[in-house]
Design a protein around this ligand. Structure first.
Ligand code: BTN
Length: 310
């Protein structure tokens, strides 16, 4: 059905229903189902249905070839609840990537839902086993942020900033997010699941309720999702090894260069009701945000930051 809808000319409801061997009412239900999944099906009165813009589906062969060449593993899904959840359920997640065209239960930070319309973004989880134990992985989500921001800024003419701990922002709007989950022991081997969501082109039905952007709005008309996914995986693989060997130090300058909070008055909402207000002063080697609260230095290890007055 997607292929028929991709045609240059709209397809009439009668033609589509006949091809599928279903009634017009059943066809309408399918169209609504596709729209709920984020497929941009437009209808023109008297002419029929077509896609409002072409969808770039992931290329399974190209991903497999890249994986075989570099020695990582990849699995590709058409629809899944969450790539992070899927990766957490496999027996050996080390150097494994899980990708999907669509997520119906995409997870964001702090229990939020991550909008994942079909082919409207990159939804990727990368697994890496660290021998050093959970206690040393505090800055890993910052390393992941630096990695993704660098890949995007190298590939496209955009300046990607980082909002602690790891929001990817362009012009104060969220382009993507990262959800790192750790499974294992405090001082033994553990698996890090690095979940990355990047907005490519969000249909109106999937617009988030916070300032957001996507690559299309930023001027990138045609994004090759397969190529972008391969670049991200390769960079994550490289930087996870580097982080394991040398810690956060090699990434600190890159973080600071992209830090959109440093020098700004912010407020931080922690797990409880308490709100901290202060001047953002960069990050610690531990990954914590440094806050100057009326001359008192505080380290924030978790929370939601907003710029004061915004
Ligand atoms: C955030 O809230 O900023 C983090 C969003 C992370 C979304 C990605 S999409 C791929 C992976 N699978 C998920 O369920 N979540 C992450």
């Amino acid at each position: 059905m997607l292929q028929w809808l991709t045609a240059d000319e709209p397809r009439s409801g009668v033609e589509l229903a006949n091809r599928l061997g279903i009634s017009r009412a059943a066809l309408w239900k399918r169209i609504e189902h596709l729209r709920r999944a984020g497929v941009p099906v437009s209808a023109t009165h008297g002419l029929g249905y077509r896609l409002a813009w072409p969808l770039d589906l992931l290329d399974a062969n190209a991903l497999t070839r890249a994986a075989e060449k570099a020695g990582w593993r990849v699995e590709l899904h058409a629809d899944i609840d969450s790539t992070n959840r899927r990766l957490a359920s496999v027996a050996d997640g080390h150097r494994r990537a899980v990708l999907t065209e669509h997520q119906h239960g995409g997870q964001g930070r702090r229990g939020r839902h991550w909008h994942s319309p079909l082919a409207g973004g990159v939804y990727l989880s990368w697994g890496f086993r660290f021998e050093c134990g959970l206690s040393r992985l505090g800055p890993l989500s910052l390393v992941a942020g630096v990695t993704v921001a660098e890949v995007l800024s190298q590939r496209y003419p955009i300046q990607v900033g980082l909002k602690w701990p790891n929001d990817l922002v362009v012009e104060e709007r969220k382009l993507g997010g990262i959800l790192v989950e750790l499974v294992g022991a405090a001082d033994g081997p553990c698996l890090a699941i690095i979940g990355i969501g990047i907005n490519l082109r969000l249909p109106e039905s999937h617009w988030p309720d916070q300032p957001w952007t996507d690559l299309h709005r930023l001027g990138m008309d045609r994004v090759d999702r397969t190529e972008l996914a391969c670049r991200l995986i390769e960079a994550l693989d490289r930087n996870c090894s580097r982080f394991e060997a040398a810690g956060f130090e090699p990434f600190a300058a890159a973080w600071s260069k992209r830090d959109v909070l440093e020098g700004r008055l912010v407020q931080v909402q922690g797990a409880g009701a308490q709100i901290l207000r202060g001047l953002a002063c960069g990050v610690e080697a531990s990954g914590a945000l440094q806050l100057d609260c009326a001359g008192r230095r505080l380290e924030v290890v978790a929370g939601e930051v907003s710029v004061r007055g915004c």
